[in-house]
Write a protein of this length. Structure first.
Length: 366
């Protein structure tokens, strides 16, 4: 089992806030300490063996508890005693934008519960839901927008029980996509329309964000593992060589006599089609309902497996919108206590969600 833990202080006077990012095949964490400056106190990653979490659902709770205890023991006292915000996998979640009439705060939750039945394919009594009220952008002030997130209770309860059994006490749980947006979008109230693409080991998510609201998210079953398996079969390479080729050669059209590009093209088309659907959804719905610019003007690539060489260029040419690598430190880079972040540049995008979770935890301690 692979694990990497890095500590940047010998003695911690005040425990950092920990962001804990859980996915099917890994647990990543980042500890932030914030004052006049922001410091990354610790970060690490542990592999999750196959079968413990499947498509976002905790299947083997006892093994997961053992894994958390091992991670806690190796990460140290700061990890165990810190404020912790946990990100849950998105496969079983629901996110909806609900338009509400202007109403007194006491009536908002009742209105949301009433609208929940039409928006979420779960009985209200079987779901945990949270909402965030966002003010529509100028020109759309006659109503309020509620961004609703919902999770099946049985899935959330399984994670919470496992975390408590391992001695951890999260102060909040949220969707991975919410944390990613918090980390990579510097000006959340901007009317600029953005799509954040997050490529993980098993899936890629597409999240639309504008005017202070996360408005839509969807996923496809294309991730780093599938890309590397395809590369390995196309050129007869082993796992390590396939990973190297993904990063260094990737979508180069003429590499390996074009065999590599041809093998990867179906997966790229899947991504570009789904991205096109997200762009169309934004342009057809969001400016009219929530406000914002008429077009998506930026697409950000995130995730530890977004390092496929040429991916940004391919997607940009497919949809004619600029695509660039996200910066997971953009919201606090000017307040860092060092010039170069301790997380290596080629690994930082893998920790984007964990950073965003830790940033939310900072809000709970102020």
């Amino acid at each position: 089992m692979k694990e990497r833990v890095v500590k940047w202080v010998d003695r911690i006077i005040r425990s950092p806030v920990i962001g804990l990012d859980i996915s099917d095949r890994s647990i990543k964490y980042v500890g932030l300490k914030q004052g006049q400056t922001v410091a990354i106190e610790l970060f690490g990653e542990m592999e999750v063996p196959e079968g413990i979490i499947v498509a976002g659902e905790l299947v083997r709770e006892e093994q997961f508890v053992t894994l958390l205890r091992e991670l806690t023991a190796r990460a140290g006292r700061a990890f165990h005693s810190s404020v912790m915000v946990v990100g849950l996998p998105e496969e079983k979640s629901f996110l909806r934008l609900l338009r509400l009439p202007q109403a007194a705060p006491s009536a908002v939750e009742e209105a949301i519960r009433w609208g929940l039945e039409d928006q979420i394919p779960l009985p209200p009594e079987d779901a945990y839901f949270d909402y965030e009220l966002t003010n529509p952008l100028p020109g759309h002030s006659g109503h309020a927008d509620a961004v609703i997130t919902a999770f099946p209770k049985e899935i959330v309860d399984a994670y919470v029980n496992a975390l408590k059994e391992a001695g951890l006490k999260p102060v909040a749980l949220e969707l991975e996509c919410q944390a990613i947006v918090r980390s990579v979008v510097k000006d959340p109230r901007s009317a600029d329309g953005k799509i954040v693409i997050d490529m993980g080991r098993n899936r890629t998510s597409f999240t639309i964000f504008t005017g202070g609201a996360l408005l839509f998210t969807t996923t496809v079953a294309v991730g780093g593992r599938l890309i590397e398996t395809t590369i390995a079969k196309a050129i007869g390479a082993g796992p390590e060589e396939a990973m190297r080729v993904k990063k260094e050669i990737g979508l180069a059209p003429n590499a390996y006599d074009g065999k590599l590009y041809s093998a990867l093209l179906p997966h790229m088309e899947t991504l570009s089609v789904e991205l096109g659907k997200a762009v169309n959804y934004y342009e057809d719905q969001i400016p009219r309902v929530h406000g914002g610019l008429a077009r998506i003007n930026a697409i950000l690539l995130s995730g530890g497996d977004s390092n496929l060489y040429g991916l940004d260029t391919y997607l940009a040419s497919a949809i004619h919108i600029p695509v660039k690598q996200a910066d997971p430190f953009v919201t606090f880079r000017d307040r860092m206590s060092y010039l170069i972040p301790p997380i290596p540049k080629n690994e930082a995008l893998a920790f984007t969600a964990a950073i965003g979770l830790a940033l939310r935890g900072q809000d709970t301690t102020q």
